[in-house]
Design a protein around this ligand. Structure first.
Ligand code: UDP
Ligand code: MG
Length: 319
């Protein structure tokens, strides 16, 4: 596969990375709105579409879009299977050549028209311009409430300041991208990793739109995995909380022991197995939770130690 980029002398101002998983209903509209927005700021852009193991017509549509592109600014990466949104974004970042790299979802929840504004902020000297949601239309109450709680817990557990109400919709300078490329961790929470990297960051407020068409590709289990990655990749405090839980429950059991002794001393020993049953259930619960927690961290170290590649590319076009 040749590695040539557009015309060799020209530098790319903006690389846009678009993860796509079964997005046949939105891609044509998305592409039109994206390229229209990009043209207002620079002609030297590239768009990298990453098909994350799509099973619908996504690949077909993308291949056609890339093939029809006379100016050779569009690229297509196809994964061998579904690896997940954060991994798809990481692959796009790996191949992006731009001075700046923009991450954007394909479903038009992130308006492409904001990119010129982000680019101007970058020109002012910011290294990261991340978009922060003021309003979120078309999201379920459940999602809003859980997201809110998640960010509260995350900010309590982590030392670094991960901004609330942000997704991955952002623009990053080349130097941030280079650092990000050197972070090979498997369980990726990109918005956290970018916050961890630092540099001058700017929060751009926007109203998040509804999905243009199709259904969310983030079922609850994928969302839970992302939330776990966010917490476990950035904090070992949960382990300390497990210790704290152990200490507290031991303390409660001490009170129980004293109570039983005193009652026995006064000649009315505590009888019945209810209390015993409750105590056993309680302590087994505490132990299993703590064990599970340790297991989570161990499983993650195990996955890292295997050193497998993050993703497998089946095909590339436009590079
Ligand atoms: N996506 C992906 N792989 C996945 C799930 C999602 O590449 O396994 C892409 C999807 O095509 C979209 C973006 O990630 O461009 C965000 O997904 P979605 O809009 O479904 O998530 P939501 O906005 O509902 O959280
Ligand atoms: Mg979406």
């Amino acid at each position: 596969m040749s590695n040539s980029v557009i015309s060799h002398s020209q530098t790319v101002d903006i690389s846009v990375v678009v993860p796509c998983y079964n997005e046949e209903e939105v891609l044509n509209e998305f592409h039109l709105r994206l390229t229209t927005a990009l043209k207002t700021q620079s002609e030297n852009y590239e768009v990298i579409y990453v098909s994350d193991g799509s099973e619908d017509n996504t690949d077909k549509i993308l291949r056609r879009i890339v093939k029809d592109d006379k100016k050779k600014r569009l690229r297509f990466i196809k994964f061998s299977r579904n690896f997940g949104h954060q991994i798809a974004v990481s692959a796009g970042i790996e191949y992006a050549k731009g001075e700046t790299v923009v991450l954007i979802d394909a479903d038009l929840q992130d308006p492409p028209e904001l990119i010129p504004e982000m680019f101007l902020k970058w020109k002012e000297g910011y290294s990261v311009v991340y978009c922060q949601r003021k309003m979120r239309t078309g999201e379920s109450k459940f999602k809003l409430v859980t997201a809110n709680w998640f960010y509260k817990i995350l900010s309590y557990l982590t030392e670094i300041n991960i901004p609330t109400n942000t997704g991955d919709f952002r623009l990053m300078d080349r130097k941030v991208v280079e650092v990000l490329k050197n972070m090979p961790e498997k369980d990726r929470f990109i918005r956290g990793m970018v916050a961890w990297i630092g540099f001058r960051q700017f929060a751009l407020n926007y109203d998040r739109d509804k999905r243009f068409a199709g259904k969310s590709k983030y079922p609850l289990w994928k969302m839970t995995k992302l939330a776990m990655d966010g917490i476990l990749s950035f904090s070992i405090k949960p382990l300390r909380l497990a210790t704290l839980l152990g200490i507290t429950s031991s303390f409660i059991s001490l009170i129980g022991i004293f109570y039983a002794l005193i009652m026995w001393f006064y000649g009315t020993p505590v009888v019945g197995w209810t209390l015993m049953f409750i105590a056993i259930m309680f302590f087994s619960g505490v132990q299993l939770i703590s064990l599970g927690l340790i297991g989570e961290y161990m499983g993650r170290s195990y996955a890292e130690s295997k050193g497998r590649p993050l993703y497998i590319i089946e095909d590339m076009q436009g590079f």
